[in-house]
Design a protein around this ligand. Structure first.
Ligand SMILES: [Zn+2]
Length: 480
């Protein structure tokens, strides 16, 4: 998962001031550091970590060796997981223990890449036209590399943090059945327990013609849930239709879902998000954002903003029909009709609550609504697990981020966002660890290639990202 905030940026560009890039060569580190950073990135991209034929353990071991060679104690590194191909690396940079640790989670796996669709070999690290190309250059080996490079740079400087910083490089965020973050939380909580989580798999800097417009930081995310609707019927010969028909029941229910809108909601994160956006947009959009923030939100403003899919999804739970399957013969009354409804649940509600809500929207006892898990198994009831309503964005996290972002991307506001998709932060947030998503990678809004062909990252964006996290990790673990 990566960068779902983008649509906002098109609206923002209208109001964005023209800001000169003040990025200077000194921020990019010395040539030896640059070369080292490049090598680590290249190595990660060239280790295939797809679910089909790749190997996460190979990448985890390669990074462990890098850290070991730099002097990290073997005892502070673990390579572990549920099977040989899907092992995670957990490394603990020991600090003075003045505060609870910080945990950084970065997935090592990448989505599949069909070589015939690409103009370069997806598993070769290619430098071309000011970009690095290769699968994972956006999502998210770029961030894996940034973290490993900075752990090593800080260690070699003799830097001693005031608290432990834990880095977990993990399996199966994009797919597969061995999600590393979930597995570590379930089986080795002590290795990854933390005060808060940084997950660079979301957020990022949006640039337009090289100018930074917006620094997005994910401060919460919605919950993914699938529901299976089923209607059964004795069926019969289609020459003798009856009013009671499985397909009609199903379609009528889906029609009611289409007409239904979940209630408008805000939380401290989305409130801050719309506050900042209302100041950076113009005209009716800006006025509508102010109107939904009022003590009594204006329903007309909510309706207008809801026409934009991103704003709509940021203001409420959404559920949408995504698959249909019905009938067994052209000349038979259908015995079964099924649909999948995919929901993105606003934090504070459980999948079971939404299942019950769907049942009441369908208002048809003939329609059964079951919860479907990632493995495709169905259950009569859904989990009661509720993602916590996020607290207001934490100053300890946002203040240094804002300060350092202003040094590297001056003039671009830091905006906390609610991710409408899903990342591994769902697991850490579910066990009560506040989780923030910030990839320090600057991308043009029309150059999002995560999961796509010819994935690439601007070379400068990579070294800026390295520099950002060098300063940020220090700030988070020093004077505060
Ligand atoms: Zn990702």
């Amino acid at each position: 998962m990566k960068f779902a905030f983008l649509k906002v940026c098109a609206a923002l560009s209208l109001a964005a001031a023209a800001l000169p890039s003040t990025f200077v060569a000194a921020q990019q580190g010395d040539p030896a550091q640059r070369q080292f950073a490049r090598e680590v990135f290249q190595q990660l991209v060239e280790i295939n970590t797809t679910d089909s034929v790749g190997n996460i353990t190979t990448a985890a071991e390669a990074m462990r060796k890098r850290l070991l060679d730099a002097g990290f104690p073997a005892a502070d590194m673990q390579v572990l997981g549920p099977n040989d191909r899907k092992k995670n690396l957990v490394v603990r940079y020991r600090g003075a223990g003045q505060k609870k640790p910080i945990l950084i989670i970065c997935h090592l796996d990448v989505v599949e890449a069909r070589a015939e669709d690409w103009t370069t070999d997806p598993f070769k690290f290619v430098e071309k036209d000011g970009f690095y190309y290769g699968r994972g250059t956006q999502d998210m080996k770029v961030d894996d590399a940034i973290m490993v490079v900075n752990f090593i740079r800080l260690w070699k400087e003799g830097y001693k943090p005031n608290r432990d910083i834990i880095l977990a490089l993990t399996a199966d965020e994009e797919g597969g059945h061995s999600n590393g973050v979930n597995w570590l939380l379930q089986n080795h909580r002590e290795l990854v327990d933390a005060d808060f989580v940084l997950n660079p798999d979301s957020g990022g800097i949006n640039i337009s013609n090289g100018k930074a417009l917006l620094v997005a930081v994910e401060a919460t995310e919605k919950v993914y849930a699938d529901y299976q609707l089923t209607v059964t019927n004795p069926g019969g010969h289609s020459s003798l239709p009856r009013p009671d028909n499985a397909i009609y029941h199903l379609v009528d229910s889906l029609g009611r879902l289409q007409a239904y809108t979940f209630p408008f909601e805000l939380n401290p994160v989305t409130r801050t998000y719309f506050q900042i956006l209302s100041q950076r947009t113009t005209g009716e959009v800006s006025a509508d954002m102010k109107a939904i923030l009022a003590a009594t939100p204006d329903p007309a403003a909510i309706k207008r903003l809801s026409a934009d899919p991103l704003y709509n999804s940021t203001m409420r739970t959404t559920c949408v029909a995504t698959r249909l399957n019905a009938g067994h013969a052209n000349n038979a009354l259908p015995q079964t009709a099924q649909a999948i409804v995919n929901c993105r649940i606003f934090p504070g509600h459980s999948p079971e609550q939404i299942r019950q809500q769907l049942s009441s929207v369908f208002a048809d006892p003939k329609v059964s609504v079951k919860y479907m898990n990632d493995a495709g198994e169905t259950f009569a009831t859904a989990p009661d697990r509720t993602v916590i309503v996020p607290p207001p964005p934490r100053a300890e996290v946002f203040d240094p981020l804002t300060r350092i972002a202003a040094e590297i991307w001056p003039g671009a506001p830091v905006v906390p966002t609610m991710e409408t998709g899903a990342s591994d932060s769902i697991y850490t947030a579910a066990v009560g660890i506040p989780s923030y998503g910030f990839s320090a990678i600057a991308l043009e809004s029309d150059d999002m290639r995560a999961h796509g062909r010819d994935e690439r990252v601007p070379i400068n964006s990579y070294y800026q990202g390295v520099e950002f996290y060098y300063r940020y990790l220090k700030a988070l673990s020093s004077t505060q």
